[in-house]
Design a protein around this ligand. Structure first.
Ligand SMILES: Cc1cc2nc3c(=O)[nH]c(=O)nc-3n(C[C@H](O)[C@H](O)[C@H](O)COP(=O)(O)OP(=O)(O)OC[C@H]3O[C@@H](n4cnc5c(N)ncnc54)[C@H](O)[C@@H]3O)c2cc1C
Length: 398
């Protein structure tokens, strides 16, 4: 296959920018353009709901230093949205009407926060969190004494709750699920996060849905209401699949179907990050995750595939969060409702590691306020190691 000379990347988030960096690292010298809807140079999202909301930072981490794009001859088309991809003609069209041809195309379009399809669900005053502007706007509103209602008890809802409490806001979190983070972590670990926030005076309204928004707050499915000066909608994100769908690329499991090496169904088109439903060699099925490490890892990996290698992307999912004085890392992919949970350490003191086992094999591990075993946990998860629960509880992990 001929060496590529014109590579186009759509999406200037972590995955797209990591791909651009890795292409240059690997010695690619042809044209390289990154289209980004936002006006900012590529930046990372985790600080938006943590350091920036907490007031500990005014801006997020950049993916590359500002001068990187010029010195490495990466053309950044910021504030420009790609509106059409023609895979047969190998050309993309942007919002200015200009077209650009490619011989390799990387899709890295990320996600958009979901809204609830209920009356008032599109009120302009509702806050969501995806961009640096979203974070700065919300930060300005999180002040002492304001009433904050957070709809959604997932990662972002929990992190916003922690930040809001730091600023002295009164916080209520509402979710139809009976425990925060239950879908990912299961009931027992969900309780850990419920108790953590309760200890910081967050009010939970769990097991109840929201069936409308008003100027004054939210209407609950049981006929009740919650008033809020600030209402944050944190009900997950939807991958931006429009371009891929319209271009006729195969979709699967809620994302753009990619093979083990991150190739889509169309020749010379690749997809990475939040949108990629990846045929994961370790899991034996498609995996689509919305994680920082996945965006970075797939972005870096796809550079090799684009340049002609045929290596599978094998990294296990990895995720982290910080809430109050709790820091945690999660590796792997468990079925938290069904897998066996084994805990090592002291849950009440919030210093422990949780393991999820299926047929005696480690599917996932979560270390909470314990930082010494990261490498050992990674090996256990990567190998789907068969380990006796007694050893996980107290023995040597190495
Ligand atoms: C507030 C917040 C906190 C998070 N915290 C954590 C965390 O603690 N740990 C963790 O593991 N993960 C975290 N995540 C998730 C993680 O940051 C994402 O999974 C990751 O950033 C996804 O990267 P991406 O490049 O695929 O997508 P994005 O970062 O969404 O980037 C996609 C970019 O493409 C642009 N774009 C889309 N369509 C077009 C188009 N047609 N033309 C031009 N540009 C386009 C978008 O505007 C966007 O800038 C967090 C996410 C958020 C929102």
């Amino acid at each position: 296959m001929a060496e590529p000379q014109r590579i186009v990347i759509i999406g200037s988030g972590l995955a797209g920018a990591a791909a651009a960096g890795a292409l240059r690292e690997r010695g690619y010298t042809g044209d390289l353009v990154v289209f980004g809807r936002e006006e900012h140079q590529p930046y990372e999202l985790p600080a938006l709901s943590k350091q920036m909301l907490l007031g500990d930072a005014d801006e997020p981490n950049r993916v590359h230093e500002p001068e990187f794009y010029e010195t490495r001859q990466v053309e950044l088309r910021l504030g420009v949205e790609v509106v059409r991809v023609d895979v047969a003609g190998r050309v993309v069209e942007d919002s200015t009407g200009a077209t650009r041809s490619y011989d390799r195309l990387i899709l890295a379009t990320g996600s958009t926060p979901r809204r609830l399809p209920v009356p008032g669900g599109d009120l302009p005053g509702l806050r969501t969190l995806r961009t640096v502007e979203d974070s700065l706007a919300l930060r300005r509103e999180l002040t002492d004494g304001v009433e904050v209602v957070i709809v959604g008890a997932g990662w972002i809802g929990c992190e916003v709750a922690a930040a809001a409490r730091r600023h002295g806001a009164s916080v209520t979190v509402v979710d139809p699920v009976d425990l925060p983070l239950r879908r990912v972590l299961g009931p027992r670990m969900g309780e850990v996060f419920r108790d953590l926030h309760a200890a910081h005076d967050v009010t939970w309204r769990l097991g109840i849905g929201v069936d409308g928004f008003t100027e004054h707050g939210v209407r609950l499915a049981d006929g009740g209401a919650l008033t809020g000066d600030v209402v944050v909608v944190a009900v997950g994100a939807a991958p931006n699949l429009g371009l891929a769908r319209d271009a006729g690329l195969a979709l699967a499991d809620g994302g753009v179907a990619v093979d083990a090496a991150l190739r889509t169904s169309a020749p010379h088109v690749f997809a990475v990050g939040d949108i990629a439903a990846h045929d994961h060699p370790r899991h034996g099925r498609r995996v689509r995750v919305e994680h920082w490490a996945n965006a970075k890892g797939q972005g870096e990996h796809v550079a090799g595939t684009v340049l002609g290698q045929d290596e599978p992307y094998e990294a296990s999912p990895y995720f982290f969060t910080d809430q109050y004085d709790l820091g945690m890392e999660y590796r792997g992919l468990a079925d938290a409702e069904r897998d066996e949970l084994v805990v090592r350490g002291d849950v009440d003191a919030r210093e422990f590691t949780a393991f999820w086992l299926r047929d005696g094999r480690v599917q996932a591990a979560m270390n909470v306020n314990q930082w010494d075993d990261g490498e050992a946990l990674q090996l256990l998860v990567d190998a789907r190691a068969e380990v006796a629960p007694e050893r996980l509880c107290g023995g040597d992990l190495g």
